[in-house]
Design a protein around this ligand. Structure first.
Ligand SMILES: [Mn+2]
Length: 344
């Protein structure tokens, strides 16, 4: 069984009269809440994540949802530039309480939708500069970014800024792929090279860092062993099947307890039957129940920032990928909220 924390008193302390007001005042502190869907229908805009207010007032915020609509790093199917808008749209049904993790994230954290980074669609270098500038601002104000991509190449400049703030960072990388290729078509910066570049730039503390969900055909018989040589622990889907998620989560938690950790979730970790809208689908992935179990199994870790990447709406069907992604981002936000509870 997982150890899931009892509700923290801070997670349950909102005044019910002001709960849900978009821009309330609680004991003189400006508070942000999702719009009340009992007062205004969910499909009335503007469309922000979970119907939160749009704000860049970093000085009063604890966490922000940030869209990074860039897909210039893909090597196969594009479309992830439309990920943030589809995820916002699919997030309109999110409510206030997380019963799995027993936390009300919007009571614990002042959260707003920061809007999108203004990327440069034709330039990965230009986009990286803009991502760095924006995340430098966010992190400098002690605000936790909850990021929605975009393809996986956006994670590198975010990791650069996270390591400026926290030093070398531990990474939990949930993905069908290792994303440790040296280059694609002689290009060093793609969505498949991101963790190799991050290691070369000395951004990641490899001891305790993990790739989980790895599966599918590989570039060579050495790809997996080379990744292991670079220092991450690897849990393939076969390992998941044999060991079980509970044992794996226990192992990850034992290694990363108390350590500053970045959580990066590529939606292609999930099976194409429940997440078809992505750039590089691989069969045999996590079901929604399994990915929830994995995320809940990480509760209690010191997650300082996180991303969910590679949602490609043009390849989605009936918004199923976007709905899955929106809900997984709510779970990740809840992990960040629990970290904040533990610190108070
Ligand atoms: Mn990836």
């Amino acid at each position: 069984m997982f150890e899931i924390a009892e509700p923290h008193p801070l997670s349950l302390n909102a005044d019910p009269d002001i709960l849900n007001d978009m821009d309330s005042d609680l004991h003189g502190v400006k508070r942000f809440y999702p719009a009340d869907s009992l007062k205004s229908p969910r499909f009335t805009g503007p469309y922000t994540f979970a119907r939160l207010p749009h704000s860049r007032e970093l000085e009063v915020l604890d966490a922000v949802f940030v869209g990074v609509p860039f897909d210039g790093g893909v090597v196969f199917r594009p479309g992830a530039r439309f990920g943030p808008s589809a995820v916002r749209q699919a997030s309109l049904l999110l409510r206030l309480y997380n019963p799995y993790l027993k936390v009300k994230p919007f009571d614990v954290l002042n959260v707003a939708d920061y809007g999108d980074v203004v990327v440069a669609p034709s330039s990965i270098e230009g986009t990286y500069q803009r991502i760095s500038d924006e995340f430098n601002k966010i992190l400098r104000e002690d605000v936790s970014p909850i990021v929605c991509g975009g393809d996986h190449s956006i994670t590198l400049p975010i990791l650069r800024e996270v390591s400026v703030k926290y030093g070398k960072i531990h990474v939990i990388h949930i993905d069908a792929h290792l994303d440790m290729v040296d280059s694609h078509f002689s290009q060093k910066y793609t969505h498949g090279t991101v963790f190799r570049r991050a290691l070369e730039e000395d951004l990641i503390e490899t001891e305790g860092s993990v790739h989980i969900g790895i599966r599918g055909s590989l570039f060579s018989e050495r790809e997996l062993s080379e990744a292991l040589d670079l220092g991450f622990k690897v849990f393939t889907m076969t390992n998941v099947e044999e060991k079980g998620l509970e044992a794996i989560c226990r192992e990850i938690k034992a290694a990363l307890s108390g350590k500053n950790t970045y959580l990066s979730l590529d939606i292609d970790a999930c099976d194409p039957s429940c997440a078809p809208g992505t750039g590089t689908p691989e069969i045999g992935g996590f079901t929604p129940r399994e990915i929830l179990k994995l995320i809940h199994g990480l509760s209690g870790l010191n997650i300082v920032a996180c991303d969910l990447v590679e949602v490609s709406p043009p390849y989605d069907h009936g918004e199923i990928t976007a709905f899955l992604a929106a809900n997984l981002i709510f779970e990740m936000l809840s992990l960040v909220a629990l970290r904040s509870c533990a610190k108070k």
